[in-house]
Design a binder for this molecule. Structure first.
Ligand SMILES: [Ca+2]
Ligand SMILES: [Ca+2]
Ligand SMILES: [Ca+2]
Length: 436
């Protein structure tokens, strides 16, 4: 039964038959707590995350202390590796609490709540997290690691998170680390809407496609995240998309991200945009203000879009603006398939307005952050940053420019050592994920 605070109970009684929304509840989880908690205070925290999910309703928050939490619920009874953290309602799970906070801002080390698919000597979970609800789920400030979906008999993707029944997922400040799968090793989503920001994807590996993320008939936003050292045996070393969500015009808008050290066996080290034959439109991806360097694939050392001249309506499409694409393998083929590129710095050049092919001079060759005086500074177009459809600053306003870069520095800042070559009025944004 849901506990309703006394004041609200009286308010409900006083408001006659008018239906009022239930107040949002907060449940707390601490792995060191006794086993009989109710989650309503830190002193009485739940010991297990799934007990808090079971107690919660749509819109409730679950605050989790720093520490390691492992899947316990077998989604296929008798098969230990089917153990998963099952999310079947629209909760907001926030990790990295010290265990004494009174607001929903955690004070523990960042991403120090681990949702870990390693089940000890008994094996590994196919999916660390299984999302089964169409309601909006939000997972924040957690590290999700160690899932292995490769041998899952029911589906082959989502070692970190599997989300195959639609719904909406928001990932904020999370890390996905060494997840494995045949497809979509960190996240495998179908018919879903995703909103991902400030996340880190490292060392995830898919035997087939989508080393970090696979989206099928899905749409959403991916902002201010880093993809490093992910790999796919075939296509999409970091991201693999096919189709888009019904009613949406784009598959995924990727803004302000860095891709480095990702590998695909055949096509698209960072992204592979697959067309879909039939009624569903082809995938359309947008990449804005991103930096791609040091990635490796025989075709599409950065991005590949499926190219099928016999079915032109079903080819994948990739729109690239304000990006730096430099020093990826097979330099002539960093961008493969249908690529519409503007205001970007592409090694060996690319057709399109505002494009450059001049060494971007990274501040440090390992970061992708361009130095003062780089020709890519003050060379971008304002338009991709002129709206905030994903509301990345969470102020409820989408009709406003995005005012910061990947590391939070102000956007639209002038580099006085560089002549402005972008569009349209000063101060101009830089190409790439960083503003100097
Ligand atoms: Ca600038
Ligand atoms: Ca906003
Ligand atoms: Ca300037």
């Amino acid at each position: 039964m849901r506990l309703v605070p006394l004041v609200c109970s009286l308010a409900i009684l006083a408001s006659s038959a008018e239906a009022l929304p239930l107040p949002q509840s907060v449940y707390r989880v601490d792995y060191g707590a006794p086993s009989n908690g109710d989650g309503l205070s830190w002193a009485t925290a739940f010991q297990h995350l799934d007990d808090a999910i079971a107690a919660a309703f749509d819109g409730d928050e679950i605050w989790v202390t720093s520490g390691t939490y492992r899947p316990r619920v077998e989604t296929q009874p008798g098969i230990l590796s089917s153990s998963s953290i099952v999310i079947n309602r629209g909760v907001r799970i926030i990790g990295s609490f010290a265990g004494n906070e009174t607001t929903h801002t955690p004070t523990g080390p960042s991403r120090s709540t681990s949702l870990d698919g390693n089940l000890g000597f008994i094996g590994t979970a196919f999916h660390v997290v299984t999302i089964q609800t169409a309601s909006k789920v939000r997972i924040e400030n957690c590290t999700i690691l160690g899932g292995q979906a490769q041998s899952d008999p029911t589906n082959d993707g989502g070692g970190g998170i599997t989300m195959l029944n639609g719904g909406a997922l928001m990932l904020v400040d999370d890390e996905f680390f060494v997840c494995d799968a045949a497809n979509g090793a960190a996240l495998d989503a179908a018919s879903a809407f995703v909103n991902i920001r400030n996340c880190l994807f490292t060392y995830n590996n898919a035997a087939n496609g989508g080393g970090a993320i696979r989206l099928a008939n899905s749409s959403g936003f991916l902002y201010f995240s880093r993809f490093e050292l992910n790999s796919a045996g075939v296509r999409g070393g970091a991201i693999h998309t096919s189709g888009l969500l019904s009613g949406q015009s784009d598959t995924l808008s990727v803004v302000g991200c860095v891709f480095n050290g990702n590998v695909a066996g055949t096509e698209g080290a960072c992204g592979y945009v697959e067309g879909v034959v039939g009624a569903i439109p082809a995938a359309r991806m947008r990449w804005s203000s991103c930096t791609f360097f040091g990635n490796d694939a025989p075709a599409g050392g950065a991005i590949a879009a499926e190219y099928n001249p016999s079915q032109p309506a079903n080819m994948g499409v990739s729109f690239v603006t304000n990006c730096i694409i430099w020093n990826n393998s097979y330099i002539k083929h960093q961008l493969a398939g249908r690529q519409f590129v503007e205001y970007s710095c592409v090694q060996l050049g690319h057709p399109g307005v505002g494009n450059l092919s001049v060494k971007p001079t990274f501040l440090d060759p390992t970061t992708g952050e361009q130095d003062w005086g780089s020709v890519t500074n003050d060379a971008g177009h304002y338009l991709p940053l002129n709206d905030d459809p994903a509301d990345v600053d969470e102020d409820g306003v989408t009709a406003e420019p995005i005012a910061f870069d990947l590391v939070g520095n102000p956007r639209f800042a002038d580099d006085p050592s560089v002549v402005d070559t972008g569009c349209c009025s000063a101060p101009m944004c830089d190409m790439g994920a960083f503003e100097r």
